[in-house]
Design a binder for this molecule. Sequence first.
Ligand code: SF4
Length: 230
Amino acid sequence: MPSRSPKRSAKRKPTLTPELVKIRLESVYGQIEWRPRMIAIDELIFTVLTQNTSDLNAERAYDTLRKSLPTWGQVIEAEAENVAALIKRGGLSNQKSVRIQKILVEILKRIGHFDLEFLAARPLEETRQWFTSLPGVGPKTAAVVMAFSLRMPAFPVDTHIHRVSKRLGLIADKTTADQAHPIMEQLISEDDRYDMHVLLITHGRQMCKARIAQCARCPLANECPASTAK
Ligand code: SF4
């Protein structure tokens, strides 16, 4: 029988360390290995498309865009309405088409090309600042590109990680997702950030779900302040 939703008002005792969380989650989901995804510019535009929609819708929108306009230069040259029509499946297409074009234009203005791999060699905060100073790019989008494409120790906080981290007492209840990025990066060692990102997101999707958390089978139930299984 599924557990009830976790208690939000339970007294929080921060007995769980990120190291312990990692060990326990690895015992269920296995060891995590970094896998290369897209090159940085592709990851950046794809991540913009994921904003406020599912990965599946974003993937469809991205594929349609790349098939019709295979180079980023072509995306800049196209009419915004045309780009919006191509990415329609990703939702908010009018805003996203303009945002994508502005990002591409700004990158071209800054460096004259779209090869962003050089940013991996720069200090973490400098690269984060480089991305978040692009139009419409926030801390999560920047961290996704840095972690998944540039293999830098950034920690993206999505809706699952935000929820699970609050329930575990790693961040305070009132902490927003944007505020959680630097907090989680301070808590988690650089070497563990990628693994913890993948583990927490997997846990949020599979067990610590938004509506019904399955605390009875959770490996963190004994220490989790929000557990309903104690
Ligand atoms: S015990 Fe596990 S499933 Fe339940 S709220 Fe805590 S982390 Fe989530």
